[in-house]
Design a protein around this ligand. Sequence first.
Ligand SMILES: Nc1ncnc2c1ncn2[C@@H]1O[C@H](COP(=O)(O)OP(=O)(O)OP(=O)(O)O)[C@@H](O)[C@H]1O
Length: 687
Amino acid sequence: MTVSSNYNEEKHVLTQKQKHIQSSLKTLEAIPRYHGDDFNEQVLEDSRERQRESLKKAQHEPYFGRLDFQAYEDTEAKPLYIGKTGIYDEDTGDPLILDWRAPASSLFYAFSGSEDDVYYEAPEGIIDGEIELKRNIVIRDRALYRVVDSYKKGEMESSGGDEFLLYKLGEQKDHRLRDIVSTIQGEQNEIIRHPQNKAVIIQGVAGSGKTTVALHRLAYLLYEYRESLKAEHMIIFAPNAMFLDYISQVLPELGVGHIQQTTFTSWVFKQLDLPSLSLKNQANTLKSRFEHPNQSDDQLTSYKGSLEFMMIVEKELTQIEVQTFQTEDFLAWNGAVLSSEAITNWLINDFRTSSVKEKQERLKARMKRWIEIEVNQFYLDKKEQEELRKEAMRRLQRFLSKIKIRTTLQIYQQILKQQNLPPVKNEVEPVDLAPLLHIHQKWVGIKKEEKFDHVVIDEAQDFSPYQLTVLKNQTRGQSFTILGDLSQGIHSVEGIDEWMAFKEVFGPTQTAYFEMNKSYRSTYEIIECANHILKQFPTKSTLAEPVFRSGTPVHIRSVQQMGPEILAWIDAMREQGYQSMAVMGRTTDQCQDLYQFLHHTEPAISFIQAADQTYSGGISILPVYLSKGLEFDAVLLLDVDDESYTQKPEHVKLLYVGVTRALHHLEMLYSGKLTPLLTGYQQGTHT
Ligand SMILES: Nc1ncnc2c1ncn2[C@@H]1O[C@H](COP(=O)(O)OP(=O)(O)OP(=O)(O)O)[C@@H](O)[C@H]1O
């Protein structure tokens, strides 16, 4: 434990604040819970319950930072304590602890130590002032653990911000992504707090905190726009179920619940609700893509994800709709004619915004009304009216039965046939899901309550412009957070090569584009190695800037037999105290064979496969293409030879992904000839 000169001062403050928290909690717990029907009482009870929850949470780790800010309108600086949830003094209404998302807390993250004047935007206007102290405080299990000053007015040395960040980055992680509220960096803060009404696109190098920032942004948006945004109407799309499990802890840590978290595939299947439809085995698709790629399959996949194909589907849909509603005059009884022009006019103009299904229903209702008016207008005799009504309804039934609405899949099949594209049956590929959803949106429609308030897309470089468009149709405004890294686009046949493709979907004035080039995950040595690989790209890519956290050199070794080497590596890593370790092979079959060999000696090792739903940490073996998004204390990359990793762009990306999964330690093995992507690389020992 670091004992700083400020330690005792903070210990005293902590004791005071804890007493306050305890007594507020006691007071609130003493108020009986209200279960009655009075609305005002219910609102008050909800607010009390929220306070109880905040206080309970704050008991363990009430805050992590202190900022002494002197507003120019005040006579002296006020210490602001910043925590995960805001706590207020019941009597005075003053903040005891400021929520990290509150406007004033922004100063804690944005202040670099060199600005003389700072300001924040409060609801009552701009507040100007200066900062006298910025302090990081670590509290664990209710006890003060560490106090680090990153800025003190009048003192020259103010490197504590970096020191504290390095201390946090050097910690070993468990097997889940964690919140970073105490160390959010200025560039990250700017993205997190960007207004909600634009599509925010983030290109970030591996380990720059994209996923983490997107999750914090959701928590921020829910706080800032609490009147208009609902967690239930927000959604996160992630690449697979295992990744969702890996990130599942961050939002609850930030006090956010009820946000939908899913993959694009599962979500579309839920929307389509076609029990006969299924997805082709993705484990096999991935395997063949990374182990036996086929160029013509790839071309078809890219085409089906393009805006060009989307426009063709749209055009075909318009035609199919016209054919569906192709009508003749409706003769209710002799002399009572509703012309086909009148019907078409209703469909084209009056029902313009309705889906095809709704149009069918609205047409039926409108025609019934027309019959009723006709009957009442021209016939006075009740009996005669009744007979005509009956006859007209019989004819209407017959007339409407000619309008046949086919299923989404049938329409898609017809479009593919029309376009001379290979047919699909009941088993589809992921790339078929965007057109299927497009058809569903037009035919069945999107209910108001199904629209999203905000959408997050992680690993968005693997999304196609077509996918993005169907999601845009489903979203109110343009409120998106889209994050990815083009250098990690290992599924680029389905995805994009440049972010421009997405800017086109939203329009240039509706997008805000950010780049994050600092990598927080890995040591300096690992980033240096990753950058060496990126330099082998035929096109120029942005290199990652390391945070200066030095670790062990990256070793690359030539070996005869992998098995014993892996076991020795696991032992060595265990001795170093690393918790999460990954052995990454190039193919699933190779990993399967190695797993069979290793798990007799290392029963704790788990074999990660494409269909896995959870990630439980420890020692894992997995093919490198499944490692995207994850991170491990130590990584052993196998088969870095010239056949497994050639100079093809997709191999550069794959090796880059593998290398950047390591936090603290990276080692690579090969037999035969070393991949050209690593030749000339100098660090560590090559043997
Ligand atoms: N400001 C920060 N303070 C502390 N840790 C951070 C910060 N930013 C990012 N990290 C850490 O860096 C690691 C990488 O973060 P994250 O997985 O969100 O990055 P990413 O850009 O999505 O990575 P990738 O594209 O490689 O999957 C995580 O361990 C995260 O906790």
